[in-house]
Design a protein around this ligand. Structure first.
Ligand code: MLT
Ligand code: MN
Length: 312
């Protein structure tokens, strides 16, 4: 059995974003029930309900832990149910939260060599003392056990696999649009308890035929649940709203709507649980009374919310 709880469903910046005075963010700040605030994208997964793995450590992680009683310490004066953190990319919203986890508590960081390289090159992450917090390089497409802090198996395995993406924003070269590549920079994570499979893909530039084949629920390795990149509704929505100059494509994110969007791409891929996460504050699907939100539900998807939980 597996439990998965969304700790945050928003993209980098969160909802509302600190400097946004756009309508959606204003509604969220005003407490409008149709514009629920969301932390930055993260998922907690457990096989036993006692030990948890966090997929992406966002700058909101301290607040996310406090809002999730199952992540509170239960034993002794200092302890944590968090056994490990899995990282899918090196963006600020995926790694900065690691800094909240200092204080010499043992857990393991699982990521590709490329993402671990980002941590290695930034000495601030040495606050996670290496004699306490292990950094495990994960080879793409090789399943590995997720272990508890004392080394016992958790009952879960992790497989990381490349998806189309780009280097993190702060590693882009000035004046140059980064190439969309498939490598260790942006990966999806598949967690399995041996019976069911859950996929977490918060950043993805394109839904390719190999990705669809990997997720196909009618095949033995297919997905029982998918948490997928919901950054933008339409590729140019930030430009149209006057709040940014970049398209989704430029940012390495496929859009949800449109003929070349996510809903269309998965039309013939009926994964039982399909949930959008990493939703940008400009995306109208965050507003529960919008036609775009209704379109997501009509296509068999859900719009991720903090606290949303599934059991597989
Ligand atoms: C992304 O997913 O594209 C990044 O989180 C962007 C950012 O760092 O703001
Ligand atoms: Mn992001």
């Amino acid at each position: 059995m597996m439990r998965a709880v969304i700790l945050g469903a928003a993209a980098g910046g969160g909802f509302p974003q600190w400097n946004s005075n756009a309508e959606g963010c204003r509604r969220a700040r005003a407490g409008d029930p149709a514009a629920k605030p969301r932390h930055q994208a993260s998922l907690a997964v457990s096989a036993d309900g006692d030990h948890w793995f966090i997929l992406n450590a966002t700058p909101d992680l301290r607040a996310q832990i406090e809002r999730a009683p199952f992540l509170h310490p239960r034993h002794g004066l200092r302890s944590t149910p968090i056994a490990g953190v899995v990282l899918t990319d090196g963006n600020v919203d995926a790694i900065a939260g690691l800094l909240n986890l200092r204080e010499r508590e043992a857990f393991t960081i699982y990521a590709t060599g490329s993402v671990l390289g980002v941590l290695d090159e930034n000495p601030i992450f040495e606050v996670l003392a290496r004699d306490v917090v292990a950094r495990e390089a994960v080879t793409l497409d090789v399943a590995r056990p997720l272990r508890l802090a004392d080394g016992r198996p958790s009952g879960l395995t992790l497989t990381l696999f490349a998806v189309p993406g780009k280097v993190p924003l702060y590693l882009e070269r000035p004046g140059e649009a980064p190439a969309i590549i498939e490598g260790e920079e942006t990966v999806g994570a598949m967690i399995s308890d041996g019976a069911k499979r859950l996929f977490f893909i918060p950043g993805c530039a394109r839904v390719t035929p190999p990705l669809l084949a990997r997720l196909d629920p009618s095949t033995p390795g297919g997905a029982d649940a998918l948490f997928f990149d919901g950054t933008l509704w339409r590729d140019d929505e930030m430009i149209r709203a006057g709040i940014g100059s970049k398209t989704g494509r430029r940012m390495g994110h496929i859009s949800v709507g449109g003929e070349d969007g996510t809903l269309a791409a998965f039309r013939d891929c009926p994964i039982p649980h399909r949930i959008l996460v990493h939703i940008n504050n400009s995306n109208p699907i965050l507003l529960a009374d919008s036609p775009e939100h209704a379109a997501v539900l009509a296509a068999g998807w859900r719009v991720g919310e903090d606290g949303m939980e599934i059991t597989l």
